[in-house]
Design a protein around this ligand. Structure first.
Ligand code: NDP
Length: 436
């Protein structure tokens, strides 16, 4: 049958010669953004028989944050497992299992990444050789974990990266027999995985080149408080430390981490969390890239090629409130950008995305932990800072620039405190409930 494309080519009817391969809407990438986009297509009655999601993973979209949190709980502490955390449970929505996609008439193509695109013919080719013709295309490919090169041991058995369920399963099987764990990187993954590893009662060290944890967000003072908390929980720190190479032992598995200063840290399991890169292949070959990295879009998530959109981690979008282009690697933006894009695509909505950056983390959550900690950050971490509280039990940090409140980090704030954050966007030094 002919398929009527709605979108930039509204009411354009294509010939039936491609009929088996025509797809009205295609989402490339089967992560969280794809799952939230699918929900929005369903809400608009535009999914059934019209939407196809092409994924390189074997699973329907899931809430990726679980992989470095609940998924890594010790086996006897009820770790999270699929289907428990399929999209959209992370935002209180319906759990979209593989059956949900079937029921809604959404075609899922699993374990078959897109390898090339022809923007003239509007076709995609997948790894297995499928040719898909699209009407509108949403790129939701996210990021891939940065890796250490093989020459320095980056792919030895026992060396782990975490991005998907397969990675997390592989790490869990290592943790089950591990004694000494070294975590490389003091960012999001480093902090969450180090907290998880001590939950398994493993000898855990964290190694990073900076002088503090989460340098891209935390103030030195916040980082110091967290470092103390981690040390109390048994995590050892090697700061200002650069990796020379990872060494294999007699059976070929990683056995040590060698540092540039000549020292050696023994390890049977190494987790690398040294950042992520936007997954732009194969789209950069057709000019869909930006000077700030990722795929450049406007406030309606349109790329420079009509009919092609990009959302989530991979999209470089106008961050309206700070008047700059940005790429945001976080689940909250993945969810919101996907929903905004699909609404704009389907309903000719013209109001542009106006995002308040939001990040969060939770650590030491497992049952029996001495103290569960979580924090949320809103805004931009620019300007001078004011710290309130003493981390015993709570702390808040405010970033103030030119007399305006630009950013807020609330540690373990109550729902009441958090709900006030959007009303507290201007003025300095607010007294916030619970942080006196
Ligand atoms: P981050 O950018 O958060 O942290 C990277 C860390 O690695 C930094 O400490 C960095 O040091 C260090 N580093 C960089 N290069 C090297 C190197 N060559 N050798 C040793 N250390 C190095 O990235 P992550 O890998 O932690 O996270 C990857 C992605 O996963 C991000 O997109 C993140 O947003 C996402 N994620 C988010 C979570 C959350 O929001 N709660 C949880 C888990 C993952 P320096 O600071 O000096 O650059």
């Amino acid at each position: 049958p002919c398929i009527r494309f709605r979108s930039f080519t509204r009411n354009f009817v294509v010939s039936s010669s491609f009929s088996n391969d025509n797809r009205e809407f295609v989402i490339v990438g089967g992560g969280n953004a794809a799952g939230y986009a699918a929900r929005t297509f369903v809400e608009h009655g535009m999914a059934d028989g019209r939407l196809c999601i092409v994924s390189k993973e074997a699973y329907a979209p899931y809430e990726r944050p679980a992989l470095t949190k609940g998924y890594l709980f010790p086996i006897d502490k009820k770790p999270a497992r699929l289907p428990g955390f399929h999209t959209c449970v992370g935002s209180g929505g319906e759990r979209q299992t593989p059956e949900w996609y079937k029921e809604k008439g959404i075609e899922m193509i699993y374990e078959d990444p897109v390898t090339s695109i022809d923007t003239e013919k509007q076709t995609l080719t997948t790894n297995s050789g499928k040719l898909l013709k699209y009407g509108s295309l949403i790129i939701a490919t996210g990021c891939t974990a940065s890796r250490f090169p093989n020459q320095i041991g980056g792919s030895l058995p026992g060396v782990h990266y975490i991005r998907d369920v397969a990675d997390a399963d592989s790490l869990v099987s290592s943790l089950e027999k591990a004694h000494k764990v070294v975590i490389v990187g003091g960012g999001y993954i480093g902090m969450e995985v180090a907290a998880a590893a001590v939950g398994w009662k493993l000898d855990t060290s964290i190694v990073f080149p900076a002088d503090q944890l989460l340098k891209r967000l935390f103030t030195p003072s916040l980082a110091q408080r967290y470092e103390e908390l981690y040390k109390e929980n048994g995590v050892k720190f090697l700061k200002d430390a650069s990796i020379k190479n990872l060494e294999a032992g007699s059976v070929g598995r990683v056995a040590a981490v060698k540092l540039v200063d000549g020292s050696t840290v023994e390890a049977d399991t190494v987790v690398i969390g040294i950042g992520a890169k936007p997954a732009v292949t194969p789209f950069e070959a057709v000019g869909l890239n930006s000077t700030v990295g990722g795929i450049q879009v406007d406030g309606l998530f349109r790329t420079s090629i009509p009919g092609i959109f990009a959302v989530g981690d991979v999209a470089a979008f106008p961050l309206k409130m700070y008047d700059r282009m940005a790429r945001v690697e976080h689940v909250d933006h993945a969810r919101r950008s996907a929903q905004h894009c699909v609404k704009a695509l389907l309903s000719a909505q013209t109001h542009t995305y106006d995002y308040l950056p939001y990040f969060y983390s939770r650590v030491f959550e497992y049952e029996g932990s001495r103290r569960k900690v979580w924090w949320q950050f809103f805004g931009d971490n620019v300007g001078e800072t004011v710290e309130i509280g003493n981390f015993d039990p709570k702390i808040a940090t405010f970033w103030i620039d030119s007399g305006k409140l630009k950013g807020v980090l609330l540690e373990s704030g109550s729902a009441e405190v958090i709900s006030k954050r959007s009303k507290k966007k201007s003025g300095a030094k607010q007294k916030v409930l619970g942080y006196k």
